[in-house]
Design a protein around this ligand. Structure first.
Ligand code: GTP
Ligand code: MG
Length: 722
């Protein structure tokens, strides 16, 4: 038993849970495809433009040529099992990236060798920082005209603020790029078209000088970041290969520097050394800190609140650490749920213990027990059945009916809640309707299933119009969602114009606002008296999404900052908490147009209770009605979502592009020109960007493109409240 346990623990050192991250089109799916080929998982190299890659298997991904859904695949390299998630690069699907990052131990960030550090790459880099996921960098597309490794490396240093540790020197440029010199092991790897893998050769003479210089730079940079390497460097003037490899591994794990490799996925160059680097430098599940959760397994109710806490870990102190030990009680985090022909597939990361076919587990988000009928090793849309999965592994299970992304599945005898991935509020919505009346129920079912699979979507009924409204992260996100319902359920659907989600906030508040909630009409009465100061929370509109502004934690919490300064026990603490809960209720609908209210600071300064008639319920009601009235008496402003837009267009169309940005209420923040291409950055209200893709294409004869990044909310002058 002991040896078994020892064996299964040591097997974990051979696992890599890896994400592939980058800006749209950098080549993530192509890199993934080549990894699957190099590892012998597939026998044919698929291409995104042919619609035959393993991870872009959805029909819309194939039609659109982009990744929409994160897809997990497993492969083996040098006796290591690599569970790999190919993520989407388009900003509308960044929630998929969040969900993936939450369960990964490491990532390869892919850079376009021509474009360098693109906006969405910067965003996913920051996302990975938040989740503490160690990375290595792969500068791709070195075969393309204009590709420049040195420029990409400089951009990594400047824009990402990390020390790049370049471990390869490219052989040849652009079309003549044939291989790399491995600086660590001092060898050349050359790929010849038509051959399966590289040929290993001595370092070419004409590169000798460059290679020596680059290795010296690498040694120096590593010595600066790593004590053992420094010691060796000081003693001998170089860092030996074993020390260098060990130091690069340590540096990768702490994030002090990033190992940079290069290649061309499309031309099959550089993928095998990338896999070596994944094995050598990225952490195994045993190298990352053990997962933390809270022991309380049941959904708890907040202050007289009635809503589950969504498994949130905030504010609770009963933290539990679970080691990545197959013999420990089982705990796993669900990061994705998909409906497939073979059933509802629940993808999860096992953090501790073992899950076996036939096991009964507890879902702490729903409080229900679920039976695991099958355990599957993931391979995009094809899966191999296995008997069990142990701590550290990423697999899918069939059986759970109610689990969603963010649910914890665990041993019913040792309940645990793991922190779910951060969520962001949807910013765009459309009204949807079945074209045929008889399909209405079918549409409702299809939409609720869609939301189950993608928690960044939401469905609600507009109380005024009775319409069904679907909300999501962007125009493309909604377009893809509606199209999925059309295709999967063969439904004819009418879709309204996209609308952005407004918010309301305070410009000037009120102080000493008194509210008395009294109901004394026989029986148990209600009495609560509160005095509130209501003020804006400073600087809500600056540069971050709600999720970013709060570090991905309790999003609702940042919208309301509540404090009580009541003295002398005039309002006891439990009633003050009830007032806070009531205030939060009031934020659901603001006075301007019924939009959610953000950025409110409420101070409970005074109040009074009644011996018999005061209760938490009475104070919660008072809190809600008081803040609602106080907001109506305050000076409010409507906020709209704004995004940072990066437009790339031919230089001769710059006038048209700038004019168009101005017409869309955009504010230009920068403009640079390189090799006949102008890159304009601007902050633009999201509402003005609907249809921009088509417009830009026509203004630039199809040569322009743009990407966006959420930039928070800004006041919306002249926009009707509803
Ligand atoms: N020239 C060249 N083209 C490449 C290379 N790698 C990928 N491409 C092409 O770039 C395009 C985008 O590649 P993908 O692999 O779909 O990029 P992605 O990062 O997965 O894109 P999204 O998933 O949509 O964010 C495709 O047309 C690829 O064939 C490369 O090394 N060289
Ligand atoms: Mg892709």
């Amino acid at each position: 038993m002991r040896t078994d346990r020892h064996r299964s623990l040591s097997a974990l050192t051979g696992v890599r849970n890896l994400g592939i991250l980058a800006h749209v089109d950098a080549g993530k799916t192509t890199v993934t495809e080549r990894i699957l080929y190099a590892t012998g998982t597939t026998y044919k190299r698929g291409e995104v433009h042919n619609g035959d890659t393993v991870t872009d298997f959805d029909s819309q991904e194939r039609d659109r040529g982009i990744t929409i859904f994160a897809a997990a695949v497993s492969c083996t390299w040098r006796d290591h099992r690599i569970n790999l998630i190919d993520t989407p690069g388009h900003v509308d699907f960044s929630a998929e990236v969040d969900r993936s990052l939450r369960v990964l131990d490491g990532a390869v960030v892919v850079f376009d060798g021509v474009a360098g550090v693109e906006p969405q790459t910067e965003s996913v880099w920051r996302q990975a920082d938040r989740y503490g996921v160690p990375r290595i960098a792969f500068v791709n597309k070195l075969d393309r005209a204009g590709a420049d490794l040195a420029a990409a490396v400089a951009a990594i240093r400047e824009r990402l603020g990390v020390v790049p540790l370049v471990v390869q020197v490219p052989i040849g440029r652009e079309d003549g790029f044939t291989g790399v010199v491995d600086l660590v092991r001092q060898r050349s790897l050359v790929w010849v078209d038509g051959r399966e893998t590289f040929a290993e050769e001595p370092v070419p003479d004409d590169l000798r000088h460059d290679v020596d210089r680059c290795r010296r730079q690498l040694d120096e940079a590593v010595a600066e970041l790593h004590p053992a390497a420094l010691e060796e460097y000081c003693a001998s003037g170089t860092v030996g290969t074993p020390t260098l490899v060990a130091a690069l591994r340590d540096i990768t794990r702490t994030g002090a520097g990033v190992v940079v490799l290069c290649g061309s996925a499309y031309r099959n160059r550089g993928v095998e050394p990338l896999l070596d680097a994944v094995v050598d430098y990225l952490p195994s599940p045993l190298d990352v800190p053990p997962v933390r959760g809270v022991a309380d397994g049941r959904p708890t109710n907040g202050v007289a609140d009635g809503r589950p806490t969504d498994g949130g870990v905030d504010g609770r102190t009963d933290g539990v650490v679970r080691a990545a030990d197959p013999a420990a009680p089982f705990a796993a985090l669900v990061f994705k749920v998909t409906s497939t022909a073979s059933g509802r597939l629940t993808a999860l990361r096992v953090y501790s213990g073992t899950v076996e076919k036939g096991a009964v587990v507890l879902d702490t988000a729903t409080g229900r027990t679920e039976r695991i009928s099958r355990v599957l090793r993931l391979r995009a849309d094809q899966h191999d059945e296995v008997d069990r999965a142990v701590a550290g592994d990423i697999v899918a299970v069939i059986g759970p009916k109610g689990s969603r992304a963010g649910s914890t599945l665990c041993d019913p005898g040792a309940p645990l809640v793991l922190e779910p991935p951060a969520t962001a509020d949807p910013v765009v919505s459309v009204a949807v309707e079945a074209r045929r009346g008889i399909d209405t129920d079918k549409l409702a079912t299809a939409l609720s299933r869609l939301v189950e699979e993608d928690p960044s979507l939401a469905v609600r009924t507009d109380p005024e119009t009775g319409q069904t409204v679907l909300s999501g992260m962007g125009e493309l996100h909604l377009e893809v969602a509606v199209e999925k319902v059309r295709r999967d359920h063969r439904l004819a659907i009418a879709v309204g114009r996209p609308r952005v989600a407004y918010r309301e906030t305070l410009v000037r508040g009120v102080s000493g606002f008194t509210y008395r909630h009294v109901k004394q009409d026989g029986g148990a009465g209600q009495y609560a008296h509160v005095v509130l100061d209501v003020a804006p929370v400073a600087d809500r509109s600056g540069g971050a999404t709600t999720a970013e502004a709060t570090g991905g934690g309790d999003v609702g919490g940042a919208d309301l900052v509540f404090a009580s300064t009541v003295v002398g026990g005039r309002v006891p603490a439990e009633y003050a908490r009830a007032v806070a809960a009531g205030c939060r209720d009031a934020l659901a609908e603001g006075p301007l147009g019924g939009h959610p209210v953000v950025g409110v600071r409420v101070t409970l300064t005074d109040g009074a209770t009644h011996v018999k008639d005061s209760s938490e319920l009475a104070f919660r009601t008072a809190g809600r009605l008081a803040l609602r009235a106080a907001l109506a008496a305050s000076e409010m402003v409507l906020l709209e979502p704004v995004v940072e837009v990066t437009v790339t267009a031919p230089e001769d169309s710059v006038g048209a592009v700038l004019g168009d940005v101005a017409a869309r209420r955009g504010r230009v923040t920068g403009s640079t020109t390189r090799a006949g291409t102008v890159v304009v950055t601007a902050t633009v209200p999201l509402a003005e960007l609907f249809g921009y893709a088509t417009r830009l294409r026509s203004r630039t004869q199809g040569r322009g493109g743009f990407t966006t990044r959420p930039a928070g909310y800004a006041p919306a002058p002249g926009v009707p409240a509803r």
